[in-house]
Design a protein around this ligand. Sequence first.
Ligand code: 2BA
Length: 109
Amino acid sequence: MKMVVAIVQDKDVSKLLERITQAGFGATKLASSGGFLRSGNTTLLIGVEEEKLEALLELIRDTCKQRTEMLTQVQPIIGPIDAHVPVPIEVTVGGATVFVLDVVQFLKV
Ligand code: 2BA
């Protein structure tokens, strides 16, 4: 068995959960935040039999879209006076960041 940890954008979560539950996978949804953008995203924990792993990854690939987000960074300006100006930077986020882990034991007690 494998544990898929998928970090997805909030905008993709409803559709993805609908599709993975319809396909018979069990999932747990956790609210999370990215370390770089510090904005909300969602982490899904999905336990899956090894033979169904590829089908699950395909659903994630197919559902999670790549998007651009704007980040404003304050940059110092070199000149006669010290100044700091906000500079917008475009960052590409997603589709999804996925880790696949081996499960040593799976119990429901
Ligand atoms: P964030 O950390 O908020 O990162 C959002 C996006 O910012 C990233 O998209 C990437 O395009 C960019 N980014 C991240 N760190 C950067 C840096 N040091 N310099 C320039 N740009 C940077 P994704 O790669 O699609 O990642 C989306 C989210 O997935 C991340 O949100 C984070 O929550 C998670 N993630 C990504 N890599 C991870 C890792 N190695 N371990 C744990 N979580 C990870």
